[in-house]
Design a protein around this ligand. Structure first.
Ligand SMILES: Nc1ncnc2c1ncn2[C@@H]1O[C@H](COP(=O)(O)OP(=O)(O)OP(=O)(O)O)[C@@H](O)[C@H]1O
Length: 352
């Protein structure tokens, strides 16, 4: 089932939590809502779920207006970070709960419930835990049971709010890969909220970047990573160096280096900011007349296959961070205080 959000706005008092949000999610798609704390991700998810009402706009499921459909009738499955399982019920009973409370006329028989719960527990690969109580499970197992419980009522839409937020890094990584596989098997529309960019980029088909109640960009992980649409997205996804300069006739003067920006060919002496990722520089030992940004090597640290160099410039507070392969660093072997000249291989320029 597809989800469409049209011109949604929501205010809490005078605070605009969502400001004219529109979004289309296809059936079978796994979409991540990504953004800093307080940008409105959870509010948007809760409105899609029917747990919160919007001030303006509508939510459509498969093209039908669901704005006034009650949460119970929306066939939405939820998994929240702290969505507690019922402590006094076994794993089996937790998963069966949604089926047992259905109205008598549509409630499955005991045998059907048993069959279905075991199928779901197999799906989340935890059938062997069916007689345990939640307190006897690990955090990751609890989240998988919460997911099985959400799936029991055959949701048409799966909504996950930081489902793995409270888990340690290794378990998180395993669970998100597992979620991806599960989503592909089920072929529902899934939306999950995260503030972890790595999680969003690794798992989602498309990423929705939000900031202050608005959508900054929607795209595949590759699109948003390689072609950030706004300075906010550039800064939010990964480390980036910023250079202030002036754009004139397709060239930006970045601290003495003439950076080509054909996309701003018509700009005449406009204020510009160039964004360059740490791994997008060529670094060489300074020689007279070298074209590039002149810096002084301050220090470096090695991490895995990369060396991270901190380069300073006279009169500027923030150092430039540059990432090069360790082998290149060892060859260069820069000494403290030595002059290094760097050139951006790739940059994105926004007029400001
Ligand atoms: N019931 C409420 N009453 C008043 N303000 C609220 C309410 N719910 C949310 N807000 C505010 O709306 C903004 C958006 O909240 P929301 O929970 O959607 O953000 P979020 O992006 O999910 O953040 P986080 O990543 O921290 O969970 C926040 O500034 C929050 O304080």
């Amino acid at each position: 089932m597809s989800i469409e959000v049209r011109n949604l706005s929501k205010a809490f008092g005078s605070f605009k939590a969502l400001d004219n949000i529109s979004l289309h999610i296809e059936s079978g798609e796994l979409v991540a809502l990504l953004g800093p704390s307080g940008c409105g991700k959870t509010t948007l998810l809760r409105i899609i779920a029917g747990l919160e009402t919007a001030d303006q706009g509508s939510v459509l499921f498969s093209g039908e207006d669901a704005t006034d459909v009650h949460v119970r009738e929306r066939q939405v499955g939820f998994v929240f970070q702290h969505y507690a399982l019922f402590r006094h019920m076994t794993v089996f009973e937790n998963v069966a709960f949604g089926l047992r409370v259905k109205p008598r006329s549509i409630r499955p028989s005991d045998a059907e419930i048993r069959e279905k719960v075991h199928r779901l527990l197999n799906l989340v690969q935890l059938d062997w835990l069916s007689d345990r109580y939640p307190s006897q499970l690990s955090g990751g197992q609890r989240q998988r049971i919460a997911l099985a419980r959400a799936l029991a009522v055959e949701p048409r839409v799966l909504l996950l709010d930081e489902p793995f937020g409270a888990l340690d890094a290794k378990v998180r990584k395993e669970l998100r890969r597992w979620l991806r596989r599960l989503h592909d098997e089920l072929h529902v529309a899934s939306v999950f909220v995260t503030h972890d960019q790595e999680e969003a980029l690794e798992v989602a088909d498309r990423v929705v970047l939000m900031n202050q109640g608005r959508i900054e960009q929607v795209g595949t992980p590759r699109e948003v990573w390689e072609r950030p649409a706004t300075p906010f997205v550039y800064g939010f996804l990964g480390d980036v160096n910023q250079f202030q300069g002036r754009a004139h006739g397709g060239v930006v003067d970045v601290e003495g280096y003439a950076l080509q920006t054909p996309e701003h060919a018509s700009a005449q002496d406009a204020k510009a900011t160039a964004y360059v990722r740490p791994h997008e520089f060529d670094v060489r030992r300074g020689a007279a007349g070298d074209e590039g940004i002149v810096t002084t090597f301050s220090r470096a640290y090695l991490s895995g296959p990369s060396a991270y160099l901190e380069l300073v410039r006279e009169g500027r507070e923030n150092p430039i961070e540059v990432e090069i392969p360790v082998s290149e660093f060892q060859q260069l072997n820069p000494q403290n205080g030595e002059t290094l000249v760097i050139r951006p291989r790739n940059a994105q320029v926004f007029l400001t």
